[in-house]
Design a binder for this molecule. Structure first.
Ligand code: SF4
Length: 392
């Protein structure tokens, strides 16, 4: 039996576009944002409504987007452009401003295009390439300060410290709750699946954050009740960890294949998944404090980091693989996502003997069978390895 709180979240999500329409009639403004380093707390504290945009999985929208950008750009960016070109998405058509951070250069380019072709008001947050240095921090502090000023002008209000403190508290609560849900879904007697947690995360990017936190708290209580009732699965299972390019809402191809073949996804370090909620501790409730916290968390794969020994992305990946007790890793890369494609080799080398499968894909269904065959062999290999280990 499914958890009732999941239905409640789905229900809130269904009502949200109409709710936003009403809020806009009452004078509220909606800020869509994309990428990894937009400090949502500041948007929220200014009384603006943050919505994370960008979906995947529809080959047709990739074609529509490709009319406005080179086909050598990643399919996620082309898909997002297709969404902005068509404006049928219930959220995209309600955006009053779009904020984009320049973590990935391809998204930076995307900002110019939605502004030029589709007339969206945009704002860019610069992100330093040398993010681990003092100079990088100073640059980002100034960027966040400037970003805040532009948002204040847009909102017609000044950022109040008490409002920022309140926002930080809500977002901290959300981050804690998501981490707890990830832990629960990975357990042997899990009351919910990775796919369900992923849908909960995606729902949260659209909902009012205070309401979302309350829904998450309810979900955790319900999950805990079911946790004690369920007995552990005694079958040998392949515990799969996902890494690489993002898997946005709508892109279910790989997840469908893994689950259909009997694999169980138990964790990820995706920028559309758990990484977004990790290691973000705002020590000082000011734009500078927010800037430092965002820059110090797990770095995004598109930021260059040349020293493998101290690369935060890799050390986080190793930690998560251990914490989630992964049997193997599927490293998923999207076509023309250079950032993660070029990091596949070093990631595999650093992980040593853990079974590793790289899947390079896009949003059309033409490679479905090829992926299915490779994932099937990978899952079988993991299961036989475990069976042999049990016999020894
Ligand atoms: S990181 Fe990869 S998938 Fe994400 S926007 Fe950049 S190129 Fe595209």
């Amino acid at each position: 039996m499914g958890l009732k709180s999941l239905d409640k979240i789905a229900d809130a999500l269904e009502k949200r576009p109409a709710e936003l329409e009403q809020l806009r009639k009452e004078g509220k403004k909606v800020v869509g944002w994309l990428a990894y380093n937009i400090p949502e707390e500041i948007i929220y504290a200014l009384g603006l409504i943050p919505i994370r945009v960008g979906k995947g999985g529809d080959g047709r929208l990739v074609e529509v987007g490709a009319r406005h950008i080179s086909t050598k750009n990643c399919v996620f960016v082309r898909h997002a452009l297709g969404q902005f070109a068509e404006k049928t998405d219930p959220y995209i058509k309600q955006l009053d401003l779009v904020a984009i951070d320049a973590t990935c250069i391809q998204l930076y380019r995307f900002e110019e295009l939605i502004n030029f072709y589709f007339g969206y008001k945009t704002i860019v947050l610069g992100v330093p390439r040398n993010f681990a240095t003092q100079e990088g921090h100073e640059y980002f502090r100034k960027e966040v300060e400037f970003f805040t000023k532009r948002l204040e002008e847009f909102a017609g209000v000044t950022l109040e410290q008490s409002k920022l403190e309140e926002a930080i508290k809500i977002y901290d609560g959300i981050r804690q709750a998501i981490k707890t849900l990830y832990r629960y879904q990975s357990l042997n007697n899990a009351p919910l699946s990775w796919r369900e947690v992923s849908s909960v995360i995606n729902a949260g990017y659209n909902l009012d954050r205070r309401q979302y936190l309350e829904l998450l708290e309810e979900l955790i209580v319900e999950a805990e009740e079911h946790l004690s009732e369920r007995s552990a699965n005694e079958n040998i299972e392949a515990r799969i960890f996902l890494s690489g390019s993002l898997i946005p809402p709508g892109d279910t191809k790989l997840v469908d294949i893994i689950e259909h073949l009997g694999g169980r996804i138990i964790g990820d370090d995706l920028w559309s998944g758990l990484n977004f909620f990790l290691n973000l501790e705002i020590k000082e409730p000011t734009p500078y404090g927010v800037a430092d916290a965002y820059l110090d968390r797990v770095p995004h794969g598109s930021l260059p980091y040349l020293d493998l020994a101290s690369d935060g992305r890799l050390s986080n990946l190793k930690e998560q693989l251990k914490a989630f007790d992964a049997d193997g890793i599927i490293y998923h890369t999207l076509r023309y996502c250079d950032a993660f494609t070029f990091k596949a080799g070093e990631t595999k080398d650093v992980l040593g003997s853990l079974p590793f499968l790289e899947i390079h894909t896009e949003y059309s269904g033409s490679d479905y069978e090829a992926i299915r065959t490779r994932v099937e062999a990978f899952i079988e290999m993991i299961k036989s390895k475990k069976e042999i280990a049990e016999l020894v």
